[in-house]
Write a protein of this length. Structure first.
Lengths: 199, 199, 199, 199
DNA sequence: TGATAACCGAGACGGTACGTCCGGTCTTAGC
DNA sequence: GCTAAGACCGGACGTACCGTCTCGGTTATCA
């Protein structure tokens, strides 16, 4: 009953879609962002430009889709914060890992590109929040709720605020390159956050 | 009487320089950033394109210079945080004012443009830190040191970290449009920060 | 019989090509040559600049092509000198007509532009000779050969030289504006030439 | 003694004037004409651009002046055609020499530049005729008048026409590169002319 | 000898056009 | 019937010169 159109058809579409997004990601990861052009993406993906414009309305949209797809398959489960029972230890592990991710130049370029698109386009920003940020935040907040339940965190804490206090300094320091992103820094952010929201 | 350097010459140079920077700022403030072109800046400033390219190596550089010049004349004095003796009240006043600034669409566009340039160019980021961010931060830290002296803030607090905890959440929420920037939010950031770094 | 190549495609290409050449000719005919710009040609033709640069390597080349195309379709038949049997009368008619053509300011500007391009570029000069000058000369020489056959011209006359003696003085006088180009002058060139190459 | 203005003063002016004209000629002789710029002339002459524009109203005018100055000092005497009593021999000598001059690439470029300026500017053309062409032609016509007196040339020949028939074919062939400029060609032009204007 | 004016070299300036590049649309040939 | 290829329009890029304007530093004359 299901697939009304030919299966090859759908698969063909999907294959070119993936090729385009992969090409976009590859180019962003390896080159200065402003050198990433639709023509280069099409060429790298072995695809005509029209095939890109058939699916996305603008260069920004393709790039953004490519970056969103980075985290495709991410769900509450897969990104759930570890839960060893020790909130501080769990947060430190996560923050250290996060800090380390930014050390990878490719990842760095990808996330900078993503932030550039988001910062300058409210529509993309909304899509980003809905598809990426909120699911991730929900997973994190689930862990925090657990901590509240066992008295490791103020019961009345605004969990969005907790996440901001925890992550935003790291994000800002990375975006502005205003300081080192090392384990000590990650730890101190956890410490500060826990002190601020201690029960 | 004074003017030691050639007066007309320097004045001419300076006048065109200011005209260029003002034109750039005006265009950024009133149009979508990607529509700001060197040609438009030159036309608005009543200047040849070459006069722009003689001084700055690229469009990014002009735009960045224009944005840096926004805060020209800013010094420790002029941006010093108020000091009424009540740290919490002072910080709340400052944070509320900061949050309000972002409500102005022109200011919003200017700062987004600035952040876009900074985020994608390490050299500009360094210049930004040196010329703008650090002086401002120093002024703020001076107030915090006063607070430490009178026992309103932990003596061993890392003041850079204090500023990050205070400002980064606001910055991130603004950049990602992930929530309202109202007085309540400003207040809560102050509250959190003071709790985290209470003596 | 019909169009072997893709019809629409060729037609599109051909249409824009003709629009460009027509725009170039129109501009040359109506303005001082040095004011003819590629941008103006593109605008007048309703074409992007790149469409011009895709086909021709430089402004000179477009202009030259436009001027060559002036005489497209010209062949031995269409430009054959009249043949009433009276060589002197035929040549006088042709020379008077030629002299008059130069009186038209548009034509004058076009031919001056053509000569400027040719004079300063050996490659264009070769193309001009092959595509324009030689076919025209052949047609003229055919008439002269007829005259030789009926004893109105020396049998051993170098026909290229005959044409030069006939036309070059007119050409030089026009190019240097060194004298009037009237019917009397046309007639005297014919008279001189016939005397020089009388049997 | 005489010199009313300061002698050094005049000499300074004259020196820079000569430097400019020499630089212009040198550049025209060695480079493609369209690459000759006022800036290059000024630099080569060791002179400010303003010094050029103080004296000539436009680039064309400088270039033209430089080319006219090529023949400075030329007068009726110095360019008089040889007069051995044998008109044919004298003309052949002159025409062969003329043809040879064009073989020098530098000379070729200079004369092409001169013709380009003349062809596109009626004012410069008039100046050229008055200052260069007519004096030279007068010298040549003096020789022809001598030939008329001794019965080597028709008494009623229009001497301007004689000169045109003699020179214009060579000029056109050179300008259009439509054939070799060798001694045989020079000779045949003389032969044709003498036949056309034989008494 | 020192002051003062004329002049020059250097080169920045407002403009205009160059030839290139790319975004987004449209056409064509081929699978 | 959709695709890869790529031409097309539009318009910004950064560069090169034009002809003008300003500057600082000689020169050149006269006190």
């Amino acid at each position: 009953m299901s697939n009304e159109k030919g299966p090859d058809h759908s698969r063909r579409k999907e294959r070119s879609r993936q090729a385009i997004l992969a090409a976009a990601r590859a180019l962003i990861a390896e080159e200065a962002y402003e050198k990433v052009t639709v023509e280069a993406i099409a060429a790298r993906a072995g695809v005509g430009k029209q095939t890109i414009y058939r699916r996305w309305p603008s260069k920004s949209a393709v790039v953004f889709a490519a970056l969103l797809a980075l985290s495709e398959g991410v769900d509450g489960q897969s990104v759930a914060l570890p839960d060893t029972g020790d909130l501080e230890a769990d947060l430190k592990a996560v923050m250290r890992a996060t800090a380390q991710e930014f050390a990878d130049p490719s990842f760095d370029r990808l996330i900078r590109a993503l932030n550039t698109e988001i910062a300058n386009d409210a529509v993309l920003a909304a899509e980003y929040r809905e598809k990426l940020a909120q699911p991730l935040d929900e997973a994190k907040k689930a862990r925090l709720r657990g901590a509240q339940a066992v008295g490791q965190l103020r019961t009345d804490a605004d969990l969005d605020l907790v996440l901001e206090v925890l992550y935003a300094p790291l994000f800002q320091r990375w975006l502005h390159r205003s300081g080192p992103l090392d384990a000590a820094y990650a730890d101190s952010l956890v410490a500060v956050t826990l002190r601020a929201f201690a029960p």
